[in-house]
Design a protein around this ligand. Sequence first.
Ligand code: ADP
Ligand code: GLC
Length: 506
Amino acid sequence: MSDHPGRQSSSALHVLQVSAELFPWLKTGGLADVTGALPGALAPYGIELRPLVPGLPVFLKAVTDRCFVAKVETPWGDALEINRVQFESSRFGWAYVIVAPQLYERGGTPYEDDDKQAFGDNHRRFAALSWAAMSLGQGLDPAWSVSLVHAHDWHAGLTALYMKVYRSHVWPQVPCLLTIHNLAYQGLFDAKHLSELAIPQDCWHMDAVEFHGQISMLKAGIAYADAISTVSPRYAREILEPDQGQGLHGFLRLHADRLIGLLNGIDTNTWNPAKDPLIEKSYQATNLAAKEQNVLALQSILGLEPRTTGPRCAVISRLTEQKGLGLIVEAAETMIQSGAQLVVLGSGDETLKRQFDALHARFPGKVNFRSGFDEHLAHQIIAGCDVILVPSRFEPCGLTQMYGLRYGCLPFVHLVGGLADTIKPWHFGKDDALHPDDLSNGFGFERDSSESFLQCWHEMMMCWHDRPAWQKLQKRGMSLALGWDVAAANYAALYDRMISSAAHKH
Ligand code: ADP
Ligand code: GLC
């Protein structure tokens, strides 16, 4: 396989990955971690997975080498220039970027301006991503013909629709997989944009694009993709129920035969306490004592008291309703009374920021809140804490609990979605000689309530005071295989099934 953006590659299976985020260049959450890891994870299966991303400033800044592929004009008149590029410090070779300054070259996040307002032309910005994906899927780049398109989240939701509606009759049918990372974000836009986005009138009904009178890009993806995946098996089941279905459970049930839950892995090179350049002192399960140096370093960075009698607890999270952080605000006093410390790193909701600021002011030296997104500090926190709190109301997969496992920072989670699929809760009196096959690796509460949270907290404190039991959990978590191997094998098998089924239809 050639890593030069201008050269033809080998005969590997070619998968075009379509996403708005890609680690390490652009990340607002776990989506980037996943899209950044998949190319490397699938390479051993003979799958060449090439990302397609919008030409946002951070991506363009990271380009070290580029090669023009083609110009495309969207039906609504946006000129897109597709380039193959090499990104600085890429671990997977070249990628495609859409250069369209009028759509992408501006400040803010991929989705919002600096004042946290969604860009008024987001419908065009993301439809353009899908339009470019569809064009590449139909032979736009003669040097790299696509075998399958893998679209992520609502941002790429129209890809499958465009591929079906604007299918080229001279090009073999290329199947499209849609991965839903979070059903709560659906890409809803005013129905007046329908014809502007070249969505035919006959797609405008409740079994396709229409969602309560609006265009839903995610729903379009679900309706037209050849297969749909979510990022954990449990979440794939949960979204078929009203409670977690975000209004789409009925629609998803209609498509349940094409829906599969594949649990995410984590990048065990980036998240490896034995070789993490971002932390104070490397450590592993056999020298856990060295973790303490990371604890002291973190406390000193954040101005926390070095002496504690309880666990140092971490939150690294987007500050949104989804993450259930109100439970921590309510329990904070009890936690501090138990001798614990609390470190929160997060960006997002202003009310939650104010609440964590207030806790910081109320418990100086015991609580620290850092507002913002800081990859380096995230590593220092996971290495320097004993517990990672993930009390999410819903969680499609969740990655920080797995980072916690790897760093001997025990997860304390609400047992939903991917959290329930990755964390086996410890129970007092169970993890002993009588239960040698116990696989507990953290703590979990069943109900989304303060009572349930606190009950779990008190049980966790029993474990904390039983040092051998605590260390056993740490070591077990650190030895788990959390990498991408299993997920990559599952994706590879799914791609194969999709490609052979498309070939039969053709
Ligand atoms: P979600 O994608 O819903 O935000 P995940 O747990 O899947 O949740 O992924 C979150 C990712 O973003 C993790 O890699 C986590 O470390 C990172 N992250 C979240 N908030 C921050 C922050 N404020 N600073 C640094 N990293 C963060
Ligand atoms: C989403 C989900 C999160 C998941 C991540 C990566 O942002 O909220 O649970 O881990 O995507 O798939």
